[in-house]
Write a protein that binds this ligand. Structure first.
Ligand code: GLN
Length: 481
């Protein structure tokens, strides 16, 4: 039963083929058997899972599609009474006093918490190697990375250690690991899902979304977590449509744009070929395909990293060794507590963010770096507005290459940053995107296809992605271990 999608498990629960407790137990067993190798989880909440599953069984109706469905949360989503570490030493023993709003919404729907999943420290990274607790492995090849920063969420879903997961995407952290591990990863429009109670990286970029086994499941999870929140002023009052209405089997009349720049940025041939194959499938389903141009794509990486590291440097100021988490011993005065705690508590990528961000924001450099980058961001946004006047969905590869070897890029931060070249423009533009499985490399590693739609048009992603999955089998392939 652990290989079932949400929709299938929901049917099983409703028809009393199995109970929520049996389902939770099956997943907990799978985690025990496999997580020594994979390391998707940093905390397993067995007691919580069994209690929540028993509640779902007691209610017995399973009206909501998420009722009794086992999931995990990336370890930046605050959970009252359960450790939430951002996979950083500085928050190693932090237990939040409240739930993130997204977790409250999932609980209202009846979802069951299996545990907290691994991430790059403070979600900064593209491989999950920056986790203080050690990297998550790729379920298709243990010598390769799972991608990042939501490596734990992606690997756990691909390896049937959870029915779905919740991750965060600031510059690609849901889509890129979904592509590398072979699952569906949805990055929503900025503001579609409340961020309250989720430890921030860069507040004007951060989004929260599901990693699932199918596109249909992504629609079911978004239905439960989307919409205006009194607890988050950045969630606008845009109505949430019934997403299941858009899960159609054909693409008749849908206009698809293929931005040529997304096939030039160091994209490997096998990846480009797989995505082109996907586009052919969509054509056969009735889509009208045209080439489009997004010439500012080449500036996306420097613009993105200047802006997110600036925002991160201010967000990280709260970790002073006193309010939360790790406090260094042996300090002589207050200033030394700050300095030593931060020195000991943060890893190298987070320190890099603080250095680069503080530099960009400092008097004398602000105009040349931060302000300039903010202006280019506005131009990139415009470019997408123009593109979406012509087409409904853009189709590109998600990552320029399949999973790379553990350790291959850790010494070269710039090479690591290039892994996000095809995902960061979408966050700069504030629109939505989704990675769906679209093939395998000759070495047997998954390749993802990215669908991109305009702000608050997630339904277009579901329409295109679901029809694609009805016509293909890529999402049904499983790693064999
Ligand atoms: N790798 C990118 C970064 O480090 C994206 C991370 C993310 O989306 N959280 O900024």
């Amino acid at each position: 039963m652990i290989n079932l999608s949400i929709a299938e498990a929901h049917k099983g629960l409703k028809e009393k083929k199995f109970s929520a407790t049996e389902l939770a137990k099956a997943y907990l067993k799978r985690i025990k058997e496999t997580d020594g190798n994979l390391h998707s989880y940093v905390t397993v909440t067995e007691d919580v899972a069994l209690k929540q599953a028993a509640e779902a069984d007691k209610k017995g109706k399973f009206e909501n599609p998420l009722a009794g469905i086992p999931m995990n949360l990336k370890d930046v989503v605050c959970t009252a009474g359960i450790k939430t570490t951002a996979c950083s030493k500085i928050l190693e023993n932090f237990v939040p006093p409240y739930n993130a709003h997204v977790y409250d919404r999932l609980r209202e729907a009846g979802a069951v918490l299996l545990g907290k999943s691994n991430t790059d420290e403070f979600t900064m990274g593209s491989s999950s190697e920056n986790s203080y607790f050690g990297a998550t492995k790729n379920p298709w090849d243990f010598t390769c990375v799972a991608g990042g920063s939501s490596g734990g969420p992606a690997a756990s879903v691909a390896a049937d250690q959870a029915c779905f997961s919740i991750g965060t995407d600031t510059g690609g952290s849901i889509r890129q690991p979904a592509s590398l591990c072979s699952c569906v990863g949805l990055k929503v429009t900025y503001g579609r899902v409340p961020r309250e109670g989720v430890i921030p990286y860069a507040s004007s970029f951060d989004t929260i979304g599901p990693l699932t086994k199918t596109v249909e499941d992504a629609a079911l999870v978004l239905q439960a977590i989307a919409g205006k929140s009194e607890r988050d002023a950045t969630t606008p009052n845009v109505p949430v449509p019934d997403y299941t209405k858009f899960l159609k089997n054909d693409l008749k009349g849908m206009k698809i744009g293929v931005p040529k720049e997304f096939f030039e940025q160091g994209v490997e041939k096998e990846t480009a070929d797989a995505v082109m194959g996907g586009i052919e499938v969509m054509k056969k389903l009735g889509a009208i395909v045209e080439e489009v141009s997004l010439p500012l794509t080449k500036y996306a990486i420097p613009v993105y990293y200047l802006l997110v590291k600036s925002e991160a440097s201010t967000n990280l100021a709260r970790y002073d060794g006193i309010k939360y988490g790790h406090t260094a011993g042996g300090a002589k005065d207050l200033e030394e507590i700050y300095i030593k705690s931060r020195q000991e508590g943060f890893g190298p990528e987070v320190k890099r963010a603080i250095m680069l961000g503080t530099y960009c924001l400092s008097a004398g450099y602000f105009d040349a770096f931060y302000l300039k980058a903010a202006k280019v961001r506005a131009l990139i946004k415009k470019e997408y507005e123009e593109a979406f006047k012509k087409v409904d969905v853009l189709v590109t590869p998600t990552s320029p290459f399949p999973a790379f070897k553990i350790g291959e890029k850790t010494e070269d931060p710039l090479a690591m940053y290039m892994a996000d070249i095809l995902t960061v423009p979408i966050n700069l533009a504030g629109v939505c995107g989704m990675s769906v499985p679209a093939g395998f490399s000759p070495a047997g590693l998954p390749i993802g296809m990215q669908l991109i739609a305009d702000q608050f048009k997630e339904e277009n992603l579901f329409h295109a992605g679901h029809a694609f999955q009805q016509a293909t089998e890529w999402h049904k392939k499983k790693p064999s271990f």
